[in-house]
Design a protein around this ligand. Sequence first.
Ligand SMILES: [Zn+2]
Length: 267
Amino acid sequence: MHYPIMAKITFLGTGGGRFATITQKRATGGIYIADKALLMHVDPGPGALVKMHEFGIDPMATNVIFVSHAHPDHYTDAEILIEAMTMGGRRHRGMLIGSESIINGIKDFRAISFYHKGLVKEVRAVKPGDKFYINYWYEMEITPSLHSDPTTVGFKLALDNGIISYISDTQYFEGLADFHKEARLMILSVTRPIGMKIPFHLSTEDAVEIVKKVNPELAILTHMGVKFMNVASEQANFVSEETGVNTIAAMDGMRVYMEDKIEIKKD
Ligand SMILES: [Zn+2]
């Protein structure tokens, strides 16, 4: 196992939404959070496994897979990554955390097979407000979303060097920011640029409202739709200017290190 000495977050993909995913103009492998006793893959969409190999992350070392909802850009590689996490199904280990749709299935959505759920040591269907520990150490709090998969969730996770907060697909709603208060590092799924709002997703204007209220040390915009990705840095700069919070647009393969300082590596 290669646990880092400080929190390290790798963006295995920064694309999101149907057309960004279909065209793979940006990858859709999700986010990998590594801390001392935690190797957690968040929202492994199409190509996650391939991107892990490209960016030098061992899929067999993962001990937690978190899937926010049952849309393909968030979950499609989860089953093969469960096979990796459990050494091809030979070792009953790891934790799978997912929305109700991912774990148990809901009317329109059904994601992880019974077989794959059976491989994992701990399977947890989560809903907003749930609080629990991962690996006896990391407190996770599940946060709400308002999305076309009605069971979509985000989280707040307490790492040794501060809280990391993740907003998955959602539309803006009053009170959303309150669930992410105290985050030191915030990751927001912002699909649309300024003036191009669509239902059930965040746009840059919404990101401004949230980031202003939460006031983290760093905000990272990811899950970009096709219309967002060409103007990604302008969108991030706009959020920085409007909020006074350092905000960046994620890039495929980007790594963020969180210790006393938060450092970004883009090579
Ligand atoms: Zn979605």
